[in-house]
Design a protein around this ligand. Structure first.
Ligand code: TRP
Length: 336
């Protein structure tokens, strides 16, 4: 077996004004570490975010801020291909073909679609939400990806992608690599600071429980210092009885690199107040330079545009080849 680098592709939606701690620890941190040993393609999936009602000004701002955050958090446009989905028209071209390969029943079984559409009701659910997984399949298959790093919640979409690739290949001849999901470790699963039994996420009930990377340091320090904890006084990892403290230990450990038991020792005999202060400092200091860099990048539109162009050119070169092969396999005649 050769050790040639594996192609990986992943995407992140430009929703929200800032990434959250959960996005970073669950996804982006892995993206950064995967960029060296792999041929990595990362895209900000702006087209996917049109499935929820969006405001043009906000979308523009959030897409640029997403790119700036990915750069500030450590993606290097010369070591990976970082691009915006809508810059590469092939995503829509292959998206349609994937829609034509997918059964209506098969698409109806996607749990994310079922959850979202039942929450909002049929009249407020756009067709794009139904075809979302086929556009995601296109994102992946266009780049002949070997691995797709995603969270567990996206596994079903990657399984669908595998089915579609296999189906296309057996019907029209070998055209796509059948990708494997690379489920990112739940090792650093982060919980809501205000409700440490539920996941820290966009859908959290109150902003007090969620760390937004780009928030002011004081705001984040305050959220951590106000995190819900139990009435005990010992800083030990015990998810059942001390969900709040365990969550703060996880956060500290993920960012400081210290192990949980090192932290338990360090804080033995000290109260929750001291410990929370230390966690606040770790979080604030970790993201302070990120926040500063994001501001600088957003002010430097020339540089940001050059990154976007480089990414789009590199991505399109690969994607357009796949489209040509796909059209040929399907019998769509060449333009001449
Ligand atoms: N659906 C993914 C999410 O919400 C985002 C996404 C879009 C994606 N296209 C992708 C992830 C391709 C991996 C590969 O998290």
């Amino acid at each position: 077996m050769t050790n040639s680098p594996k192609r990986v592709l992943s995407g992140i939606q430009p929703t929200g004004d800032s990434f959250q701690l959960g996005n970073y620890l669950g996804a982006v941190k892995n993206w950064v570490s995967m960029q060296d040993e792999n041929d990595a393609f990362y895209c900000v999936v702006d087209l996917h975010s049109l499935t929820v009602d969006s405001d043009p000004k906000l979308l523009r701002k959030r897409t640029l801020t997403s790119i700036a955050q990915l750069l500030a958090l450590g993606l290097d446009p010369n070591r990976c291909t970082l691009f915006v989905q809508s810059h590469v028209a092939a995503h829509n071209q292959l998206g349609w073909i994937m829609e034509c390969m997918t059964g209506f029943g098969e698409a109806s079984r996607m749990t994310q679609f079922k959850d979202k559409s039942s929450k909002n009701g049929a009249d407020r659910t756009v067709v794009g939400l139904f075809t979302y997984p086929m556009l995601m399949a296109a994102d992946i298959l266009l780049y002949q990806s070997d691995y797709v790093p995603v969270g567990e919640d996206q596994r079903q979409h990657v399984e669908l992608t595998r089915d579609l690739a296999g189906r296309f290949n057996s019907k029209y001849g070998m055209t796509f690599i059948v990708p494997e999901p690379y489920i990112m470790k739940e090792g650093a699963k982060i919980y809501d600071l205000a409700d440490p039994t539920s996941k820290m996420s966009k859908s959290s009930s109150s902003p007090a429980g969620v760390i937004e990377l780009l928030d002011a340091p004081e705001v984040n320090a305050k959220k951590i210092k106000s995190a819900v904890t139990d009435t005990g006084r010992e800083v030990i990892f015990d998810e059942k009885n001390k969900a709040g403290i365990s969550n703060l230990l996880t956060i500290h450990s993920a960012l400081s690199g210290k192990t949980i038991s090192e932290l338990e020792n360090e804080f033995s005999g000290k109260g929750y107040g001291d410990f929370k202060g230390a966690v606040a400092e770790v979080v604030v200091e970790y993201f302070r330079p990120v926040r500063d860099t994001v501001q600088e990048l957003l002010a430097d539109t020339t540089y940001l545009n050059s990154v976007l162009k480089l990414g789009a050119d590199k991505a399109a070169a690969v994607a357009d080849k796949t489209i040509a092969a796909t059209y040929e396999a399907l019998g769509l005649i060449a333009r001449g």
